[in-house]
Design a protein around this ligand. Structure first.
Ligand SMILES: *Cc1c(COP(=O)(O)O)cnc(C)c1O
Length: 417
């Protein structure tokens, strides 16, 4: 991740072109997220094909982009869902994902959430600690519904990504060590109310190197062999998500190589592979459109103030993440500018040193690769209504989330005045 502009010229591709985006902005206003649903399908299918003949289930990680229409699109492609809250499970249900294709992960699940997941009858709960497993067991006992579980194992491998999105090192809060996992599986195996059917790891996000994934798969495959030898009937080998995408010019993992790297470690194991991609499916499939409000120069520093802000797209502020930004007006001459939002924080920027042509107020900028962890991380900071979301599919444009109103924002407070 970097905060200076890259040398290659960013381009719009797929369903996105300048004329169309101008039209969408005129019709729905800005700021605005626009998603290319055909690209979402293409990415899903790339991964599906990569795992080829093997029994595989792709469980889209909802947290990357949890718009109901996005989930419904993936449900129509037979995707499952990786959920990290009861709210996400409810979204998956609303969007038509079958319960037997849902898994539930996260370090801090609460009793009411676990009970609800058991009642719904999802595929399995990914437990992340021994304490949590014991709570799942007691919930299962109270309800008289045995709980299918998998244990999230932390393979202690450096995923070589941004520290905030690294999860597979022993200093990260996620999962349990291989040793501890063994003990948990033995305990679960003896419990009347626990059915350990899966094994899980997820080492981080925006992974661009295969080696850490292959090494993790190897460690977890070894553990699986020893569990099978103990007659613990593991059926699902869940390799998590995390496949990186290109934000600027970084080389990423090819889905075919990814599948081969994992499959290469699974000799002699007849298991269903689960993968949980989020960013890979939706990241490059979305852009964020914003309009120029004002421009100014301090000394020789050029600022472009736009109507989109860190509450809409927090990745630059939060992770110093880089997004390509292009102007929808053409010009040969460019100069570097910081693209900043209206929020009262110096960290409120969308891009730094972005090469931009001379702009008029009202001109549009497209922030690329904003489909993942964009809207799903949006907030109402500064009492800014969250923006609208639009889908483009098969040449058709449609609204998939209305722009919030200020009424919406005060609705839960105004009765207490
Ligand atoms: C966030 C997350 C994912 C998805 O990560 P991406 O980098 O978006 O692919 C998958 N599995 C789990 C358990 C997660 O927490």
């Amino acid at each position: 991740m970097k905060n200076t502009h890259s040398l290659n010229t960013p381009k719009l591709s797929g369903n996105f072109d300048k004329t169309l985006l101008q039209r969408v902005a005129r019709e729905f206003g800005t700021p605005l997220y626009v998603y290319d649903f055909d690209r979402i399908q293409e990415k899903y299918e790339q991964l599906k094909v990569a795992f080829g003949g093997r029994k595989t289930m792709i469980c889209y990680a909802l947290k990357a982009n949890s718009n109901l229409s996005v989930i419904k699109k993936l449900a129509s492609l037979e995707s499952g869902a990786d959920c990290v809250s009861l709210g996400e499970i409810k979204r998956a249900i609303l969007a038509g994902i079958p319960k037997y294709k849902m898994i539930y992960s996260g370090v801090g699940k609460q009793e009411f959430e676990i009970k609800e997941a058991l009642k719904i009858g999802i595929l399995f709960i990914n437990v992340e600690s021994k304490e949590e497993m014991l709570l799942v067991e007691s919930c299962a006992k109270k309800l008289g519904i045995p709980a299918r579980i998998s244990v999230r194992v932390n393979p202690d491998i450096d995923p070589q990504t941004h520290p905030y999105i690294s999860t597979g090192l022993k200093e990260n809060k996620f999962g349990v060590s291989i040793e501890e996992a063994k003990g948990m599986y033995l305990l679960a195996h003896q419990s009347k109310y626990l059915e350990p059917i899966g094994i899980h790891f997820h080492i981080g996000s925006q992974l661009t190197k295969l080696k850490p994934i292959a090494e993790s798969a190897q460690k977890i495959a070894q553990l699986t062999h020893s569990l099978l030898a103990l007659k613990i009937d593991i059926k699902f080998f869940d390799i998590g998500g995390g496949i990186g995408i290109t934000y600027s010019d970084e080389a990423t993992i090819n889905p075919y190589d990814y599948a081969q790297a994992v499959l290469g470690e699974l000799h002699g194991l007849d298991l269903t592979i689960i993968c949980e991609p989020g960013r890979f499916i939706v990241g490059n499939s979305g852009i964020f459109l914003t309009k120029v409000l004002y421009q100014k120069e301090h000394q020789s520093k050029r600022f472009v103030i736009v109507d989109g802000a860190m509450n809409d797209l927090i990745r630059p502020s939060l992770y110093n993440a880089y997004h390509q930004i292009i102007s929808l007006v053409e010009s040969q001459s460019v100069s570097p500018a910081d693209v900043v939002g209206p929020i009262c924080e110096s960290g409120d920027y969308l891009g730094k040193n972005v090469s931009l042509p001379p702009l008029q107020n009202g001109d549009l900028l497209a922030i690329l690769s904003a489909g993942a962890y964009g809207f799903s991380m949006a907030s109402n900071y500064n009492t800014r209504p969250r923006c609208a979301e639009v889908a483009i599919e098969n040449g058709q444009i449609r609204l998939i989330r209305k722009r919030e109103s200020i009424e919406d924002l005060v609705a839960l407070e105004k009765d207490y005045l």
